[in-house]
Design a protein around this ligand. Structure first.
Ligand code: HEM
Length: 349
């Protein structure tokens, strides 16, 4: 709230209305209107201030978010195998090994920082996916820095131009760290950035929710864990707000939208994160919960991987029933999350 006071006022304003126009900005928070905006309304994928616009500013040629048509389909195809169910199974030993090593202190009554653990887990997974041999923590740090500076570049103020230049430098650093052929650099960097920022934001918050809500029994049970994973991702909504721009006139939730209108798609409201706590016995319908990963041709290709990682994190933590010792908000991060989340075992397994 202290980092983004205006944004929080706007989010509060659309808690109960589905669509709200404020000048040229349209806040959209109902599930059906958000889905319609992502699937039926022509969007200007590369407009300034949108995720695609940022992708294009950060990386020469951009990748994924700013693309359309054949080049976008090619880009999606290049990652489809790695993120398929077989691909996720191939990657799984990578993050299981990080968990085996980094959660070991819990056995001895020690303390772990879940943000550091998640950064290593997501960095190692991205490196394995891209088949590069680089320090996973360095990769994760570079990806988080690129995303954080890019988000600061969007804030109004005198330092905007300097922040935008810093964002380009940080993205270039990530690209050079990954050491992939230049033709693949945009895809590799954007994939890493998208994977690391959402995972480092989402997993620690989901873990904190489990600890505070004493949900470890549900997390440890193979029968309830899949529903808990979906519910936690729904309420945490790691990418809570999708900024987009309409490319042509259309209708969203019965409201007229003009070409050039700025759309703030409030995904966290659309999935009811502000209304319903996680409930494994009565989870939100799958189609609604899936909206945290977007919809339509640009829907997140990493959803399967994200769910598998959270499921394994919860299964590994559950026997320890961790409790939160301290949590510090990450004010710089592109997505809402913790800078550190210190956990210790509430119970010896
Ligand atoms: C809980 C974790 C995650 C959440 C909540 C999330 C959410 C999202 C959302 C909302 C979008 C935009 C969809 C749209 O515009 O319709 C997106 C796009 C994307 N995500 Fe994720 N994501 C997560 C994890 C991942 C992971 C682990 C990867 C990669 C391994 C990944 C890779 C991507 C890519 C490449 C895109 C761009 C797709 C395109 O424009 O075609 N994401 N994600």
């Amino acid at each position: 709230v202290r980092s983004h006071p205006v944004l929080f006022v706007l989010l509060a304003a659309v808690r109960r209305v589905q669509v709200l126009r404020l000048g040229q900005t349209v806040l959209v928070s109902g599930a059906a209107p958000v889905t319609a905006a992502l699937t039926r309304l022509p969007l200007d994928r590369a407009a300034a201030g949108t995720t695609g616009g940022r992708a294009r500013e950060l990386l020469p040629g951009g990748a994924f978010f700013d693309q359309e048509g054949a080049s976008h389909r090619r880009c999606r195809r290049s990652v489809a195998d790695g993120l398929s169910s077989a691909g996720v199974q191939r990657l799984r030993p990578v993050w299981l090994e990080v968990l085996r090593q980094r959660l070991a202190p819990l056995d001895r009554g020690g303390v772990i920082d879940m943000v550091e653990v998640t950064a290593e887990l997501s960095g190692a997974t991205a490196c394995a996916l891209l088949a590069v041999d680089v320090d996973p923590l360095l990769v994760a740090r570079a990806a988080r820095e690129a995303a954080a500076t890019a988000a600061r570049g969007e804030m109004p103020g005198l330092r905007r131009a300097a922040s935008a230049r810093a964002a380009v430098r940080a993205a270039a650093q990530l690209t050079s760290l990954l050491q992939v052929p230049s033709a693949e650099a945009g895809v590799a960097s954007m994939l890493t950035l998208a994977a690391v920022t959402t995972t480092v934001a989402g997993i620690p918050r989901a873990v904190a929710w489990c600890a505070d809500g004493r949900l470890w029994a549900l997390a440890g049970d193979d029968g309830t864990r899949p529903a808990l994973v979906d519910e936690l991702i729904r309420v945490v909504a790691p990418a809570p707000l999708l900024p987009r721009v309409a490319a042509a006139a259309g209708r969203v939730g019965g409201h007229r939208v003009r070409a050039g209108d700025r759309l703030m798609l409030v995904v966290r409201h659309a999935v009811g994160a502000h209304r319903r706590d996680p409930d494994c016995r009565d989870p939100a319908p799958a189609q609604l919960a899936q909206l945290v990963f977007g919809a339509g041709p640009h829907a997140c290709p990493g959803a399967r991987l994200a769910r598998a990682q959270l499921a394994d994190v919860l299964a590994a933590l559950a026997p320890h029933q961790p409790v939160v010792l301290a949590a510090r908000v990450d004010r710089r991060a592109a997505l809402p999350g913790w800078a550190s989340l210190l956990l210790t075992a509430g119970k010896r397994p």
